[in-house]
Write a protein that binds this ligand. Structure first.
Ligand code: DGL
Length: 265
C-alpha cells in the first residue's frame, strides 16, 4: 500500500495525482485534521507529528510513505527517514526538479505556508542544482483557510492572490512553484494573476509522477504494493465540513474514517 499523509484534507490533491499516475494501486491516507494546520507551527512540533503520522501509516500497511504536506516535507524529512525502514517521499524535490526543467530565465517564484518558506528549503534545493538561479519566495498564509472555506473563485480570493503574487510578478519570475497542498485547488486563479508566460509547477502532480517512475525502476518494491484499487482515508477528526472539503478536492464522495496515531497509543 502507498501511505500518504498530510496535516489535513489538502493532501488529497496528492492522492488525486497518485491515483491518476498509478491507477489501481492501494492507498492508505492519513489527514491530521485534529491538529491542522501544521504551517503555523514550530519545526519541532511538526517533526513530532510527522513521526506519529508515519508510524500510523506503517502500522496500517504502508510500504512507502509520501509526505504530501509541504510543511512536513520541509522540516521533517530527515527525521522520518532516520526513524523508519521504508522509502520516504517528500514533495519538495520533485517540484524543484520539474521547475528546473521548465525555467528558461532561472527566475523562480515559490509560494507556501510560513513554516515552509521560513525553512528556506526550496531556495536551498534550487540553488544546489542551479547556483545562478534567482529565487523569490512568498508566504501566503491566507490561502489555506480560503480553500478550506470553499472560496475558490470569490473576488476576495482573487484579490488576495493578486496581492501575494505582486512581489513575484514585479521580479518577472518565469516559473512558480505551488509549495503547499492546497494551492493546486487555486491553480486557475493563480495562473490568471501571475500571467500566461509563467510556468506553474504543481508539487502534487510532480510528486505523483516521480513515485510512478520510482515504482517502475524498482520492480521488487513495486511488486510489494497491493493493487486492488482500494483507498482508505483516515482522519484524526471528522466534521461535515471536512467531508465537504474532501469531496470538493477529490471530485467525488469518499468515506472518511476516524482514527489516528493517538488512538493507537
Ligand atoms: N498541508 C500544509 C502544507 O502543504 C498546508 C496546511 C497546513 O498548514 O497544515 O504546507
Amino acid at each position: 500500500m502507498i501511505g500518504i499523509f498530510d496535516s489535513g484534507i489538502g493532501g488529497l490533491t496528492v492522492v488525486k495525482g497518485v491515483m491518476d499516475a498509478l491507477p489501481g494501486y492501494d492507498i492508505v491516507y492519513f489527514g491530521d485534521t485534529a491538529r491542522t494546520p501544521y504551517g503555523t507551527k514550530s519545526s519541532r512540533t511538526v517533526v513530532e507529528y510527522a513521526l506519529e503520522d508515519t508510524e500510523f501509516l506503517v502500522k496500517n500497511g504502508a510500504k512507502i510513505i509520501v509526505m504530501a504536506c509541504n510543511t512536513a516535507s520541509s522540516v521533517a524529512t530527515e527525521a522520518v527517514r532516520a526513524a523508519f525502514d521504508v522509502p520516504v517521499y517528500e514533495v519538495i524535490t520533485p517540484a524543484v526538479d520539474r521547475c528546473l526543467e521548465a525555467t528558461k530565465k532561472g527566475i523562480i517564484g515559490v509560494i507556501g505556508t510560513r513554516a515552509t518558506i521560513n525553512s528556506g528549503i526550496y531556495e536551498r534545493k534550487i540553488l544546489e542544482k542551479k547556483p545562478d538561479a534567482r529565487v523569490h519566495c512568498a508566504p501566503c498564509p491566507l490561502l489555506v483557510p480560503l480553500v478550506e472555506e470553499g472560496w475558490r473563485n470569490k473576488p476576495e480570493t482573487r484579490m488576495i492572490v493578486k496581492k501575494y503574487l505582486h512581489p513575484l510578478k514585479v521580479r518577472q519570475i518565469d516559473t512558480l512553484i505551488l509549495g503547499c497542498t492546497h494551492y493546486p485547488v487555486l491553480k486557475d486563479v493563480i495562473a490568471r494573476k501571475i500571467g500566461k508566460r509563467v510556468a506553474i509547477i504543481d508539487s502534487s502532480t510532480a510528486t505523483a509522477e516521480s513515485i510512478r517512475q520510482f515504482a517502475a525502476d524498482n520492480p521488487q518494491l513495486d511488486a510489494s504494493f497491493s493493487k486492488t484499487d482500494t483507498a482508505r482515508f483516515f482522519v484524526s477528526d471528522i466534521t461535515p465540513h471536512f467531508q465537504e472539503t474532501a469531496k470538493s478536492i477529490i471530485g467525488r464522495n469518499i468515506v472518511l474514517e476516524h482514527s489516528g496515531p493517538f488512538d493507537l497509543k
